[in-house]
Design a protein around this ligand. Structure first.
Ligand code: FAD
Ligand code: PYC
Length: 402
């Protein structure tokens, strides 16, 4: 920076779009970039373009609170989230790029008897799934989080679901690391390139229209989170997805006081401390569908008010900044990784409030689905489950009120 960024190597190239690619991925968030990366790495498919209407990682991937865990309830979820968590463990080495994975541990507080039973059940399910979690006592919670108040007047802490190898990572670095690796494989990452139409011939995709011209492709992956409904509309099918704002905030930086992540789902709040010292705080999603990338103002007060009861020491902190993203919610709070009614078009969406943790696993499975037509990681997450009533209910594990 002192040299005015002169002489810095570009991490990825910014080419003009070619006329045609084997595969186009729409959306250069974590899931789109990871898909491209594993298409190249695992299947040798490198004639790939990733088209991004804004800047790379500027969607939810660069707006989330970076919690990584795999303590879900259903077997299909545990498989993809645990695959993802385990890929995160070595992602810095795989990409040769420091994504600052910090397995500091994540706890979900049980603050009602109902939650105690729910989390004990999850711990048993996780044991059967090979995911290491445990239900811990209030005394152990206090040991791990000395700043916590166990005796909340409304919601005392009765224990917690604890995953010691869960944690956080630097969200931008995940996008940048994948982008650099894709570019090094010869893929084109094209920013400021908005997809405005999807062309088909006889029920099969032939390409996309963009603000930088038409581009042909054999296969198309739609990976645009909160804008999935728009893209599905362009391709001529409908999705069971609702788009809604989810926001977060950080406090002014303070000295290290909490070295694990705490989620308090009954009161709709969660908190961790960033490497810079800011307390990273989030709450529930907006209660109505919208596309505002900031969220409703009253949520800030609601979230902080709820957390002050459990963490009285935050009451005097000042808020430093606040932001929001548009998350893509399904009815069962599980993602969609699927073929679609249009041949050659695949969709990866529905990660809602919890897809950062899933980026490597989702990319791995979705790349396999796009390359081979099926993947054991994605087979339960097809669109047809909504027609068949075969839901993968993760409304509790999602952890964020919606
Ligand atoms: P995005 O990163 O949003 O990428 C989609 C991209 O598609 C965007 O860059 C967008 O510009 C682009 N796009 C859209 N339309 C077009 C078009 N027409 N043409 C070209 N490009 C287009 N998850 C966790 O696991 N842990 C957390 O702690 C967590 N906290 C969160 C906190 C907040 C405040 C928010 C908003 C989300 C949080 N999430 C969390 C959820 C997580 O951020 C998302 O599930 C995940 O980042 C989704 O990644 P993505 O790649 O699918 O989407
Ligand atoms: O999925 O763990 C999560 C999460 C925490 C905050 C937002 N999402």
């Amino acid at each position: 920076a002192l040299r005015n960024h002169m002489g810095w190597e570009r991490a990825w190239a910014s080419p003009e779009p070619k006329k045609k690619y084997d595969v186009i991925i729409v959306g250069a968030g974590g899931h789109g970039l990871a898909t491209a990366y594993y298409l190249g790495k695992n299947f040798g498919i490198t004639n790939v373009a990733v088209l991004e209407k804004g800047w790379l990682g500027g969607g939810n991937t660069g707006r989330n609170t970076t919690i990584i865990r795999s303590n879900y309830l259903q077997d299909a979820s545990a498989a993809i989230y645990e695959k993802s968590r385990s890929l995160y463990e070595t992602l810095s080495q795989d990409l040769n790029y420091n994504i600052m994975y910090s397995p500091r541990g994540v706890m979900m507080l049980a603050q009602t008897q109902h939650e105690v039973r729910g989390y004990e059940r999850t711990a048993h399910a996780n044991a059967l799934q090979g995911v290491t979690t445990e239900f811990i006592s209030p005394a152990r919670v206090k040991e791990l989080v000395p700043i916590i108040n166990l005796e909340g007047p409304r919601y005392p802490v009765l224990g917690a679901l604890w995953q010691a190898r869960a944690g956080t990572a630097r969200h931008d670095a995940v996008a940048w690391g994948y982008a650099r690796a894709c570019s090094a494989m010869g893929m084109d990452i094209i920013q400021k390139c908005e997809v405005t139409g999807i062309s088909r011939d006889g029920g099969r995709v032939t390409g996309v229209s963009t603000n930088r011209g038409d581009i042909a492709c054999d296969k198309l992956g739609i990976v645009v989170a909160g804008h999935s409904g728009h893209l599905a509309d362009m391709a001529g099918f409908r999705l069971p997805i609702e788009s809604v704002a989810l926001q977060a905030l950080v406090s002014e930086p303070i000295k290290p006081c909490m070295d694990v992540v705490v989620m308090a789902n009954t009161v709709h709040g969660y908190m961790s401390q960033s490497d810079k010292g800011e307390m990273v705080i989030g709450g529930g999603a907006d209660g109505y569908n919208n596309f505002t990338q900031r969220g409703s103002f009253h949520h800030i007060e609601e979230t902080v008010r709820a957390l002050v009861e459990t963490f009285p020491m935050i009451s005097r902190l000042k808020m430093l900044r606040q932001w929001g993203g548009i998350v893509d919610m399904t009815g069962d709070r599980s993602p969609i990784l699927s073929k679609t009614p249009v041949e050659g078009v695949f969709i990866n969406c529905g990660w809602g409030t919890g897809g950062f943790k899933a980026i490597p696993g989702s990319g791995w499975g979705f790349a396999e689905l796009m390359a081979k037509g099926h993947s054991p990681l994605t087979s339960e997450f097809g669109l047809e489950r909504f027609r068949e009533g075969r839901f993968i209910d993760e409304s509790v594990a999602a952890g964020v009120a919606h």
